[in-house]
Ligand binder design. Structure first.
Ligand code: ZN
Length: 334
């Protein structure tokens, strides 16, 4: 039997055999290896020091574009394997010693240029459970695309401009890719920076985007309709209010939370569609079955609900909730 110790203080720290690994931790304990699953800021440590950092080259690049240098990162290290998670460009899960699999943020379906995330056979699974509740069942991507394109077409026929909104790193590039058929297509500065970074990393984003701020200065936005790809703003924000007042723009948000009927009202957006960068409930179950683990820990979102559901399915599952917890477990050696 090999002992596994999971500490939850400012992130997850795993001690297993000779390994001490901090998984997406904001504060990193001494002498640990750091794993960074992807380039969203809530997964980047406050300081790196001389620790060894395992991450994908894409994540290192995107993090640098945000002004944080991770130093000499590596994709390959003895005992560790990076597994595609499909969350954003370069996002990976981590398999430790072939035994422990940490998914990071993971998606169950391919979107545009991103592959779907996959499970790997393991003994201990640490899985994100952002949408680990049965109500979160996302429709197929083609259905969402059909509905949104139909909606844009209707608005265009009335000369109404449309603002497509999502997280500026990750979602906005998917939106740029999926809705590149619309013209003119303007992009917000925050999205433009990240689109350029994706293109430098070899992603074939159509090169016909026009800068929103330039278009505004030149008065081009008065020639309606148009589509703007923007970070996700509340409808009550100054930015959206000015787009509505000056151009009569309609807003569409893209997030898994769109499943919740109150989301549209809480965010004051005109429309919301569940195009997500996370697994829905059924995708999570599928990933768990692919991993077929002896022990499961759930983190983030509906961690308790999802662990409970997994228990009903016969899995040994518990949520990692309390960040003071230190959990000892044992993994059978081969
Ligand atoms: Zn993320």
């Amino acid at each position: 039997m090999a002992r596994i110790n999971i500490k939850c203080e400012n992130g997850i720290v795993i001690e297993y055999k000779a390994y001490k690994v901090a998984l997406d931790s904001i504060i990193v304990p001494r002498n640990s290896i750091i794993f960074i699953s992807h380039a969203h800021m809530d997964h980047i440590p406050n300081s790196i020091n001389e620790a060894r950092v395992i991450t994908s080259n894409e994540t290192a690049f995107l993090t640098k574009m945000k002004g944080i240098n991770l130093g000499n990162t590596r994709e390959v290290l003895d005992g560790f394997e990076l597994i595609d998670s499909g969350h954003i460009l370069g996002a990976k899960g981590l398999l430790i010693n072939g035994d422990i699999f940490y998914t990071g943020d993971i998606v169950g379906r391919a979107r545009g240029f991103l592959p779907k995330g996959k499970g790997v056979k393991c003994k201990v699974l640490i899985i994100e459970s952002t949408y680990g509740k049965e109500c979160f069942t996302f429709p197929p991507l083609v259905k969402i695309l059909d509905e949104v394109n139909q909606l844009i077409a209707n608005l265009f026929s009335k000369g109404v401009p449309v603002v497509l909104m999502g997280y500026p790193l990750g979602k906005a590039q998917i939106l740029s890719y999926l809705f590149s058929n619309w013209d003119p297509l303007y992009i917000h500065g925050a999205v433009e920076r990240m689109n350029k970074a994706y293109m430098e990393l070899g992603i074939d984003l159509p090169n016909k985007f026009k800068s929103y701020s330039e278009a505004m200065e030149k008065g081009c936005l008065n020639r309606k309709p148009w589509v703007l790809i923007s970070p996700l703003y509340n409808g009550r924000s100054k930015f959206i209010q000015s787009l509505k007042k000056n151009y009569g723009a309609v807003t569409i948000a893209f997030t898994g939370w769109a499943i919740k009927p109150h989301y549209r009202y809480a965010m004051s957006v005109d429309y919301a569609f569940p195009l997500s960068d996370h697994c829905d409930f059924e995708d999570l179950i599928r990933i768990v079955r692919e991993c077929d683990p002896e022990k499961i820990y759930t983190i983030h979102g509906y961690a308790s609900e999802f662990a409970l559901y997994l228990k009903k399915l016969g899995f040994d599952a518990e949520p990692l909730l309390n960040f003071q917890d230190s959990i000892l477990n044992y993994v059978k050696d081969e």
